[in-house]
Every structure is written in structure tokens, then in C-alpha cells.
Design a protein around this ligand. Structure first.
Ligand SMILES: *Cc1c(COP(=O)(O)O)cnc(C)c1O
Length: 344
């Protein structure tokens, strides 16, 4: 498979912007930096950040068992996904395949980039319909989004189906692993080197507890990462974000404890919810949220708002009629939620 053939024509020949910090990297404390028109007086962040986030990449690469050259960071996964559109999808010609019900950003970004969306509904078990997806692709299908564990259905896709799709799809397969840390399934990172058309996205927003710093991760072949690197805004990940993420990567024990607590609470909450009179189904979850079918989603949503609880109403999504999505909170929050639900 020749990935270069999938690139947009303008990307094949594009030249990256070279920033002052790109040109001179070996900073040592006693040098004078008058190359970037910064203010020389210290504020902690008076210097432009490292455009390649080298320290953060080295730390993450060693944790995840990949090369630093297989990592790209973005201002949230949302920026990473947008860069993928801009690298591979020719506006007003190409298309991407999404599998509703799924994460809303894929179609928002497709619209933004004037790229068509081909949707192939998940089946009744919320699994990809492999044959239909492969039949739907055409020569202009550039990206296939597999969100696993999927938002809002909370399940991980069957690994054999994912593999068939990576092998059968002629474009780039993007596996969105935003919720992988809550899942029993292995990340596809360990299989990255087998598939030149595989791209994996993860994020610091969920398990790592850093939604506020906006840091998304893309793992792919060195070739794909090198192309994404050429077109990313030079300083897309700010210094405060890089510092905070590095700090958090030194607290992996704490992260694991929080994830364990969420997983414990997922069982408790699923149990409690299934005993609520108007709850019809609690779907199995491999993520940090539960998809729950109720009698009347609009009514229950409003009742919860009136009582100070904000949940996500997913009833307008295909296959999600009358479904609400509950993020797993603290034990305290979950108890309050159950108490309120029982009062309705
Ligand atoms: C929350 C979420 C993300 C995270 O996006 P960020 O921009 O990194 O915060 C990505 N994908 C899915 C499916 C999500 O639900």
C-alpha cells in the first residue's frame, strides 16, 4: 500500500514553516536568544514552546513502546483529526466513512473541510458491518473512523472486525482510542508497525484527567507523522500544556488509581441504574460512561436538569432512541444521582 498516493496533491509538495525555534534547537542556559522577537524578561512562559514537544514525546514514547517519530501532539484530539482531514481529503471530491452512532466531531470536521460523509450504521450489537463498509468505499474514500471503545455506545469493537477493516480499506483507518484506558481490550498501538494505513488517536482528556489543557495524541507510521508535522501550526501545543502533561506522566500510579475507582464505580452504578423503575436497559460499557435506555429521554433529561444533574441526551442518534449517557462520577456523585433518580 502506497500511502503517498493517498495524500492531497498540495500536501505532496508543501514546505513546512520553519520557526525560529526549529532552526536552533540546542538551547543551553547561557546563550542569548534574540532570534524570535520574544520579550526577554522572565514570566516562565516568555519563550515560545518547543514546537516538537521533545521531552514529552520521549517520555510518552518510552511508556507506550513506540518511537518518538511515531507521535504527533495536537491541541486536543480534535486538532489531530482536523490535520488528518487536511492531509488526506481533497475538498469537494473525497469522502470519509463514519459508523453512526459515534463521536460527533468526525462529521463536523468533514463538513468544515468540505468532505463528503458516507455513513454505515453499526449493527444491532453496535458492531461495524464490515462487508457493507468495504462495499461502500470508493476510490475517493480516504479516512475510515473506528471509535473503539465507541462514544456513545460504550462498547469496544470486535478485534477481528477491526483487523478485517484495516486490511480491506484502501484508505487510512483511524482508530479513536479516547477511552482505551477504561477498556479490557488492548490498544492497537502494539500493532502499528504491521499496518501502514493505521492511525491511532488518544487523548489526555479522559483517563489522564487533563481535559482542560487540550492535548491529543496521534500514533502512526513515521511517514504519516512526518507529513502531519509539516502542516501542523508550529506552536500548536503551548508550554503550560507540555509542562502539565509531563508532570502527570510522573503520576501514573495516581492515574491508575483514579481509573480503577471509575471502573469500580462503573459496576456499582450500572447495577443501581438497572434497578430504577423507568430504566429499560443499561448497555455494557468499556468506557467511563454508561449508555442507558429510559422510558422517555427528553422528560428524564429535563427532570435531572431541574435537580442540578446534567447528563447527555443521545435520543436523536440512530439506534439510541430514548438513551441518556451518564459519565461515571465520584462515588459521592453517583450516590446523589441514584438518590435523585429514585425520587423521580
Ligand atoms: C472525548 C473524546 C475525544 C477527546 O477529544 P479531545 O479533543 O482530545 O478532548 C476524542 N474522541 C472521542 C470519541 C471522545 O469521546
Amino acid at each position: 500500500m502506497n500511502i503517498e498516493n493517498l495524500l492531497r496533491d498540495n500536501i505532496k509538495t508543501i514546505k513546512a514553516y520553519s520557526s525560529a525555534r526549529d532552526e536552533y534547537k540546542d538551547a543551553s542556559a547561557d546563550m542569548i536568544f534574540i532570534d524570535a522577537n520574544e520579550n526577554p524578561f522572565k514570566t516562565n512562559v516568555n519563550r515560545y514552546p518547543d514546537p516538537q514537544q521533545s521531552k514529552l514525546k520521549e517520555r510518552l514514547a518510552s511508556i507506550k513502546g513506540v518511537k518518538t517519530s511515531q507521535i504527533l501532539f495536537g491541541n486536543g484530539s480534535d486538532e489531530v483529526l482536523d490535520l488528518l482531514f487536511r492531509v488526506f481529503c481533497e475538498p469537494n471530491r473525497d469522502n470519509v466513512i463514519t459508523l453512526p452512532p459515534t463521536y460527533g466531531m468526525y462529521s463536523v470536521l468533514a463538513d468544515l473541510n468540505a468532505v463528503q460523509i458516507q455513513s454505515v450504521l453499526l449493527d444491532d450489537n453496535f458492531e461495524p458491518r464490515v462487508n457493507e463498509i468495504l462495499k461502500t468505499q470508493n476510490e475517493y474514500s480516504k479516512l475510515l473512523f473506528l471509535c473503539s471503545p465507541n462514544n456513545p455506545t460504550a462498547n469496544s469493537f470486535n478485534a477481528h472486525k477491526i483487523e478485517e477493516l484495516i486490511e480491506g480499506f484502501k484508505g487510512i483507518v483511524v482508530i479513536d482510542e479516547a477511552y482505551i484506558d477504561f477498556s479490557n481490550c488492548d490498544s492497537w498501538i502494539s500493532r502499528l508497525n504491521e499496518f501502514p494505513n493505521l492511525v491511532i488517536t488518544q487523548t489526555f482528556s479522559k483517563a489522564y484527567g487533563l481535559a482542560g489543557i487540550r492535548l491529543g495524541i496521534c500514533y502512526a507510521s513515521e511517514y504519516i507523522i512526518s507529513i502531519l508535522n509539516k502542516i501542523k501550526p508550529p506552536y500548536n501545543v503551548n508550554q503550560l500544556t507540555q509542562d502539565k502533561a509531563l508532570e502527570r506522566l510522573d503520576e501514573l500510579e495516581q492515574v491508575k488509581q483514579e481509573v480503577d475507582s471509575i471502573l469500580e464505580q462503573r459496576i456499582v452504578l450500572a447495577n443501581e441504574l438497572s434497578n430504577i423503575s423507568f430504566v429499560q436497559k443499561v448497555y455494557p460499557s468499556d468506557a467511563n460512561f454508561l449508555l442507558v435506555k429510559v422510558d422517555d429521554a427528553h422528560q428524564r433529561y429535563s427532570q435531572l436538569i431541574e435537580r442540578g444533574v446534567v447528563v447527555r441526551n443521545r435520543t436523536t442518534q440512530p439506534l439510541c432512541e430514548n438513551c441518556l449517557r451518564f459519565t461515571i462520577g465520584t462515588e459521592e456523585e453517583n450516590k446523589t444521582l441514584i438518590k435523585i433518580l429514585n425520587q423521580l
